[in-house]
Design a protein around this ligand. Structure first.
Ligand code: NAD
Length: 385
């Protein structure tokens, strides 16, 4: 029997190459008058935000830009941005960028209406259903944050990433245009792509998953694994970018309705302590967690392997080959191992503790404790060239 579950998707999705042109129409539907574009300095310097400003101006609306969102967005980024949105009396937020600006914008949407500090909203169920309306426009194919209900923020005092989880922070509309990812450099394409692959695999295999999350997760594996290398090596290939963007979207749908699991528990700990790119942390840890989980997930890992094109009848052998394939793929697309983060092995105890405390720890398909996390960090370390 299938366990009872709920499947809510509060975000309207508008997808396709060139779909950015519907932004004006979507802003009109929200009755926007003054829009805050939340982004990062890199995208402004690359000239990518100009087109957004132009569309808003053509609609006769006002816009201001907040471009100080850092990678692994910090609590102070969110609080400063919310303060500016309040002072400027903006009525609509538009997140433009990768997961960092999008996650920051979700948290800003809460603070502007409900006040307080961002850490007050940590966890599930802290938000009354009243947030500033948000449109998300992703420029990386990785996080799926444009349609998920979570916002991952770094608590700079505690040096820990925490998640705000609520359907109330979901965007009203996600405008997902793969053309916006044509400019993503190879290493960021690689890291964000493995982030999406990790979402797909963890969403499909999480303890709390359900058939819809499983279906989109498995299909996402096929899209991502079949196109990631091409997107990295030939970034102007729109067909590959298109499949990556759709893969990332489906992976986001999967994990937001199921959960992520131990790869994310470890990656978020690493990202918190070393301020390292999230996708890279996932890439470093994914095969090791899969090796650990194998005894509890042979059938599903075999299906993942087959979705990646591995032709092998025996489930166990297929699963093992699938894990090997992921290790090889990470290397081929230029992702480095854990030593590239200059980790200090003395930190592994703390990292293991942080991983165990993560809210997604219980979603891992195989029970895992602090000691096992520590062994996995060491394995990733000693296996690293
Ligand atoms: P990011 O947003 O930090 O961006 C990484 C870099 O890519 C930045 O320098 C940015 O300027 C650049 N960039 C973005 N788009 C570009 C483009 N089109 N062309 C050129 N450069 C571009 O990276 P990310 O991996 O997208 O997001 C990571 C964050 O998302 C982490 O904080 C992670 O915890 C979070 N996350 C959130 C969710 C969620 O559901 N809320 C899921 C996964 C990850």
């Amino acid at each position: 029997m299938i366990n009872p579950f709920e499947f809510v998707l509060p975000t309207k999705i508008r997808y396709g190459a060139g779909i950015l042109k519907v932004l004006g129409e979507e802003l009109r539907l929200l009755k926007a008058k003054k829009v805050m574009i939340i982004t990062d300095g890199g995208l402004v310097n690359a000239g990518m935000v100009k087109r957004i400003e132009e569309i808003i101006r053509t609609e006769g609306m006002k816009s201001i830009i907040y471009d100080e969102i850092e990678a692994n967005p910090k609590d102070y980024n969110v609080e400063a941005c919310a303060e500016k949105a309040r002072v400027e009396s903006v009525d609509t937020l538009l997140a433009f960028g990768g997961g960092s600006p999008i996650d920051a914008a979700k948290a800003v949407s809460v603070l502007v209406r409900q006040g307080g500090k961002v850490r007050d909203y940590k966890g599930k169920g802290k938000i009354k259903n009243d947030c500033l309306p948000l449109i998300t426009i992703p420029t990386t194919a990785g996080t799926g944050s444009e349609i998920t209900f979570s916002s991952v923020i770094t608590d700079t005092k505690e040096k820990v990433k925490f998640t705000i989880k609520s359907t109330a922070i979901a965007a009203k509309t996600a405008i997902i245009d793969p053309e916006l990812t044509l400019s993503v450099p190879p290493l960021i394409t690689a890291a964000t792509g493995i982030d999406a692959l990790t979402h797909a695999i963890e969403g499909y295999t999480a303890n709390c998953t359900e058939p819809i999350a499983e279906a989109v997760g498995l299909y996402a594996v096929e899209y991502i694994s079949g196109n990631l290398e091409e997107a990295v090596k030939n970034g102007r290939n729109l067909a590959a970018r298109d499949k990556m963007m759709m893969g990332s979207l489906m992976a986001g749908l999967s994990f937001s309705h199921a959960d992520v699991a131990s790869v994310h528990c470890m990656a978020e700990a690493l990202g918190s302590l070393y301020d390292a790119p999230h996708g890279m942390c996932n890439a470093i840890l994914l095969p090791y967690v899969m090796e650990y989980n194998l005894p509890a997930a042979v059938c599903k890992y075999a299906r993942i392997a087959r979705a990646m094109g591995i032709k092998e009848k025996d489930d166990y052998m297929a699963a093992v080959k699938g894990i090997g394939h992921i290790k090889k793929l990470s290397k081929e697309i230029g992702l480095p191992g854990i030593r590239s983060l200059n980790v200090n092995t003395d930190d592994f105890v703390l990292l293991a503790e942080m991983s165990e405390k993560n809210g997604s720890n219980n979603s891992n398909p195989r029970k895992i404790t602090k000691d096992e996390y520590m062994a996995l960090f060491y394995k990733a370390y000693y296996d690293c060239d």
